[in-house]
Design a protein around this ligand. Sequence first.
Ligand code: ADP
Ligand code: ASP
Ligand code: MG
Length: 485
Amino acid sequence: MKRDVGIKGDILCILYILLEFVSDQHFFVNELQGPTVMKFGGTSVGDVAAFERVFHVVSMQIEKRPVVVVSAMTKVTDALLAAFELAKKGDFAEAIASLEPHFERHNAVVNQFIPEGSSHLFDAELQFARNELSDLLIRAARRSLPLSMLKDAIVSYGEQLSSRLLAEVLKAKGLNARQFDSRRLIMTDDEFGAAQPIVDETNEIVRLELAPSIAASEIPIMGGFIAGNRAGETTTLGRGGSDYSAAIVAAALGASELQIWTDVTGVMTCDPRISPGARTIPVLSYEEAAELAYFGAKVLHPKTIKPAVDNAIPVRVCNTFKPDEIGTMILAESGHAPNTIKSIASKKNITILRINSARMLGAYGFMSAVFQVFDRHRTVIDVISTSEVSVALTLDNSDNIDKLVEDLRRLGDVEVETGYAIICVVGDGLRASTGMAGKIFTAISDVHIELVSHGASGVNLTFVVKEDIAPEVIKKLHEEFFIPH
Ligand code: ADP
Ligand code: ASP
Ligand code: MG
């Protein structure tokens, strides 16, 4: 018996020592945990100093096995889109010339970090991009391929170049980085400009390509936002889509964390550009974050949250300029705090459509007929408010709505009003709380509200006001709920 205890004790002791040893071996522990996907936005790779900051952030977390997803250098996507518009008007020489200062910004980073002897790789890449872009812009001027396809091919050069450049910089600074072409990793449908990933295929390719690289202690570097369809043509995931790319990769690899590195410390109580009093929210639930992102908190792409939720991957939003600040953690639950408003988001350029059909009074099928029209025109509705014979709703994109309105006129009178903003107040438990709507509207009792939606998701109260007063309304609400009186 005594001897038994002795043996058990020895075994326990050995197990304990083994455990200690294993927990010291970051590699082993992290092998079990999955890599960390780090996404760096445009401002995080805007210039020489920004690249230095990215190196610092990545190198501090090597033991977490980073996989890096990077946006185009700031302003490059806008410049590429502007060049495409110029080319469409026939000014392709001006279009290609307008990109030269941006190529120079890439060169400045090369000159700073990459020794002369080994800079030829990126020089060749840049020259290739120049030639390809000239060709694509000429095609846009001549309409020799579908414009939506050309637009994605052109705009993809932002992320193609930034990912190659970042990989070269990290390598030159001693990290084992390797660039991957996202157009061969993320497989999408053919919806140029807003392509949808084909999840199973993408997961398989991402695992097949990246897992061996991670296992070989490489740091995979890939461009966000850009992808490819089955025919091998370049597609993009929509503006701000690098967050989405990062989430897709995190889900495919079973990442232990998705880090979104940006130019502010986390998701804040409102856009810091609107109110300087905005503060970082330490913890948000997935649902709260999704509502905020969808209703305009640009800091996160709305779709980022979905792959993370489906795979229970925590998302952290951090500041490249202040890497030691913790930022915002986005988790399944944020900890229920009823009567708490977490944040206020807003979206501009909103159009209201009011459809009124007295002849449908008492008849069923009115709503269904309205929705069918939106379905046919593939138009997304944001906020909706209804009565028996009328419906008011908002759209965030009023380009090409003439045909939609024409079809809606078959159902009743239609009014179209532009120049509105949606304001969305978000907080877990908002629907269940008593008196919150009253408090919100009392704080802005002098404001004319066009539409209200409350209760659909449980975490938001959404209303629509004239666009020009939106910043004032947000400031007022922010002062009421976040600044101690
Ligand atoms: P990135 O280039 O890193 O993707 P974005 O410009 O897309 O960065 O998003 C960051 C910006 O989002 C911030 O500079 C900030 O002005 C804006 N923003 C809007 N609403 C919020 C919010 N609630 N919290 C934090 N940032 C916000
Ligand atoms: N570069 C793309 C954009 O500006 C994607 C991104 O940054 O997320 O929209
Ligand atoms: Mg962004």
